[in-house]
Design a protein around this ligand. Structure first.
Ligand code: HEC
Length: 158
């Protein structure tokens, strides 16, 4: 993906970008919790465990309130990616890490470290469950088995 950005989309002209934006409609990177969903209670054991891990491992970049740092660390509160029905993308980011693409406008290219080797399946599931249900977010809880399955996929196809 980084290559697509570095060698292609970052080089698009203003008219190209406008045409794509018109085609795609308004970006909805920040959304309220999907209607009909309620967040897990903060007292839920998975939320408590997830919060402890978040404060220890994630807060330094994504901040206590999940707001992140503009142009550096993405906002998790209100993130559509984080609140997707399926947890695959978020689990992959947490276990494998991710690097933003380099562009002339954003040359810093911040990266997210992999946590797969530092968190076991229970811990990865708990922290993922937490970010999906904190700060007004709401999305289905993530089970340890989901984390184990994603770990297996990444091992087979890194
Ligand atoms: C060293 C800083 C750092 C730490 C620590 C960190 N992250 Fe990240 N995280 C990032 C960066 C940078 C990105 C964006 C990378 C990109 O743009 O591709 C990111 C992206 C994400 C995303 C994708 C967000 C989206 O909307 O696309 C999620 C989810 C996430 N991090 C969760 C976590 C969790 C959970 C932890 C703790 C286990 C954590 N991060 C720890 C820096 C960090």
């Amino acid at each position: 993906m980084a290559e697509v950005v570095e060698y292609s989309t970052a080089l698009m002209t203003e008219p190209d970008l406008r045409a794509i934006a018109t085609e795609m409609g308004e970006p909805a990177s920040q959304v309220a919790a999907p209607p009909g969903r309620a967040p897990l209670a903060a007292e839920d054991a998975r939320m408590k465990m997830g919060e402890a891990i978040y404060l220890d491992r994630c807060m330094a970049c994504h901040t206590r309130s999940g707001e992140g740092v503009p142009n550096m660390f993405p906002r998790l509160a209100g993130s559509q990616v984080v609140q997707q029905e399926g947890s695959e993308t978020v689990l992959r980011v947490v276990l494998q890490g991710v690097r933003a693409a380099y562009t002339p406008h954003a040359p810093t290219s911040p990266a997210m470290p992999a946590f797969g080797w530092r968190l076991n399946d229970d811990q990865a599931a708990a922290v993922t469950t937490y970010i999906r249900n904190a700060w007004g977010n709401a999305a289905p809880a993530v089970a340890s088995a989901d984390a184990a399955r994603m770990r297996g996929l990444l091992r087979d196809r890194p």
